[in-house]
Design a protein around this ligand. Structure first.
Ligand code: GSH
Length: 204
């Protein structure tokens, strides 16, 4: 059976759990990292020398790096993996954008507002991160005005990559600017049982 190591309140783990749920895979999720610790255990380091979650064991095939895992599970199962390279590249693009552009912008607001007690918050840093996130999200908004998914016409790897970030964005305890296409996309994602089960888990 597929084993997935990683705590459920990690966005990198959530995306792997989401695609596993969408694919209807049998899997075991072993809680690791964060409050569970275990990342320095020699047994885990032997699997993942990078010492982070998620990591999977698929019948002896070990893989870490969440986006690589999502691509592997999609390709292996022949779903969410368009054969046309130009179609697949759209999801790939938003997958890379999620980690390379959105995450650096969003990190400060997320950790500041969700994982830091109010008395320790750096308001200026949070505001700057929030504004930078909005700049990025307006780019996503423009895409979602034209196409229903972050992978083109169908759900795919771009959506899996961004789903956890979207959940965190919409859970921030602050007022957000109107981004109707993003809100529409998010409403469609939250209507999916697999999304609710894998992504909408407690924040801390
Ligand atoms: N690029 C890696 C990043 C993995 C990563 O940063 N994982 C975090 C959780 S989101 C982690 O293991 N943090 C240490 C911990 O959970 O204790 C990936 O996408 O898998």
């Amino acid at each position: 059976m597929l084993k997935i190591w990683g705590r459920v309140n990690s966005n990198n783990v959530r995306k792997v759990l989401w695609i596993a749920e969408e694919l209807g895979l049998d899997y075991e999720n072993i809680q690791l990292g964060g409050a569970f610790g275990g990342l320095d255990d020699p047994a885990f380091r032997a699997l993942n020398p990078n010492g982070l979650v998620p990591c999977i064991d698929d019948d002896g095939f070990i893989l870490w790096e969440s986006n690589a895992i999502v691509r592997y599970l999609a390709a292996k199962n022949g779903r969410f993996w368009p054969q046309d390279p130009a179609v697949r590249a759209v999801g790939d693009k938003w997958m890379d954008w999620s980690n390379a552009s959105f995450l650096p912008a969003f990190r400060g607001a997320f950790f500041g507002l969700i994982r830091t007690p109010p008395e320790n918050r750096d308001r200026a840093a949070i505001a700057a991160s929030f504004d930078a996130s909005v700049v990025q999200l307006r780019r996503l908004e423009a895409e979602l005005e034209k196409t229903p998914y972050l992978s083109g016409d169908e759900l795919g790897i771009g959506d899996f990559a961004f789903g956890g970030f979207a959940y965190c964005w919409f859970e921030l305890p602050v007022e957000r600017p109107d981004l109707p296409a993003l809100e529409d996309w998010y409403g469609r994602m939250t209507a999916r049982p697999a999304f609710r089960k894998a992504i909408m888990t407690p924040m801390t």
